[in-house]
Ligand binder design. Structure first.
Ligand code: PMP
Length: 374
């Protein structure tokens, strides 16, 4: 019989890792390792629709003409992103997903003993990236209704302890938006402190601080193609910042971290923004209100947030998640204590949402799922 044990795991690895690495926990997405094919995937804030056929054609044409043997360069992408954002190409840094942009900011602005200020619970990669460079997190809790804690955040910033101030607008998982005027106030009050604004969901909100860059050069805006542009699998994000900031951050990104196909797909997307905008309008003006109305009508507590996802608190969260899964629907269990008993779900296609509501109706406490009119 063949010995199938991994020979490299036979003896312990006596390597010395810095405690910050040993103590870190590898990111584990919910429902990891499952075959997701054929399921209704509402658990990762991904787009659920197919890739635009024009984008798929651009990818095929590129592969046929050029293959993938060349290292990528990014001047075209930076110019196109600059035009999309209304800044110069020098203000753009493409990254391997905005997760990498977060990592770059942690490595650029933080270090052992430094402090990152953020409202909590924040998008998990921020705390993770700060921890990996040995920094502490000064976390200001969101209000009990999950709105932004303006006064407390202002007071925390005023202590002067923060080496990096982070806004996630809107935040994931709470969906909480932050007033742009408040971000401007904080950036102006702390002109030498980098103020990172994660705008992963900007296409859904239309709210951005990019125009403020001209007057607030300490703002560092992070964006992604993973959400409204439906390209999470291609891993493309970007930083929008003062050219001096971009010139520093580019030193700590590897030269070819953004792959050539992500660039091709992004350029194709930016040439037909109408498609993305139509999909976003459909989601935010029709799909989302219908879903919120559904939960409200059935007296299920719901936090709609500002983006393409929402938080729901059913009577029995674990049981609800389990039964949704049995019906082929994945939602995300929340683990932060402030979000106990809640799950997060992103919007899907109208057909997926109809199916979701049909299944959810059968889980409601009233016998036979009879609607409770308000
Ligand atoms: N920021 C926020 C707020 C997010 O929700 C996400 C994705 N879950 C990201 C950044 C990272 O996106 P990506 O790395 O796919 O660009």
């Amino acid at each position: 019989m063949t010995d199938t044990r991994d020979p490299s795991a036979a003896t312990p690895a006596p390597l010395r890792f810095p405690p910050r690495v040993r103590q870190a926990v590898a990111y584990q997405p919910d429902w990891a390792g499952q075959d997701r094919e054929g399921l209704i995937r509402l658990d990762r804030n991904e787009a659920t629709g197919p890739l635009s056929s024009a984008v798929a054609e651009a990818l095929t044409a590129h592969i046929q003409r050029y293959g993938v043997h060349g290292y990528p360069e990014y001047p075209k992408l930076a110019a196109a992103l600059g035009a999309y954002c209304g800044v110069s190409a020098e203000s753009i840094l493409p990254t391997n997903g905005s997760d990498q942009a977060i990592d770059l900011c942690a490595r650029a602005f933080l270090g052992p003993g430094a402090t990152m200020l953020v409202a909590r619970p924040e998008f998990v990669i921020f705390g993770h990236a700060a921890g990996l460079v040995g920094a502490d997190v000064l976390g200001v809790p969101y209000r009990p209704d999950l709105s932004f804690p303006y006064q407390e955040f202002r007071a925390a910033a005023a202590t002067g302890r923060a080496d990096l101030i982070v806004f996630i607008n809107p935040n994931n998982p709470t969906g909480t938006p932050v007033d742009v005027e408040f971000i401007a106030e904080i950036a102006a009050a702390h002109p030498q402190t980098p103020v990172v604004v994660d705008e992963a969901y900007v296409e859904f909100t239309g709210v951005t601080v990019v125009p403020l860059l001209a007057t607030h050069p300490n703002l560092v805006v992070l964006r992604t193609f993973s959400k409204a542009f439906a390209m999470a699998g291609l891993r493309l994000g970007y930083v929008v910042a003062h050219p001096d900031v971009v010139a520093e951050l580019v030193k700590i990104r590897n030269p070819f971290d953004v792959n050539a196909l992500a660039q091709v797909a992004a350029l194709a997307q930016l040439e037909r923004l109408d498609e993305m905008r139509a999909a976003v309008t459909e989601m935010m003006e029709r799909t989302k209100p219908a879903l919120v109305e559904f939960f409200t009508r059935h007296r299920v507590p719901v936090w709609p947030g500002a983006a393409n996802f929402l938080l729901v608190r059913p009577g029995d969260c674990d049981e609800t998640i389990r039964r949704l899964r049995e019906a082929g629907i994945l939602v995300r269990r929340m683990s932060a204590p402030a979000l106990a008993g809640m799950f997060r779900m992103n919007l899907g296609s109208p057909a997926e949402m109809d199916r979701f509501m049909d299944v959810y109706r059968t889980l409601l406490p009233a016998p036979g799922g009879v609607e409770v009119e308000q």
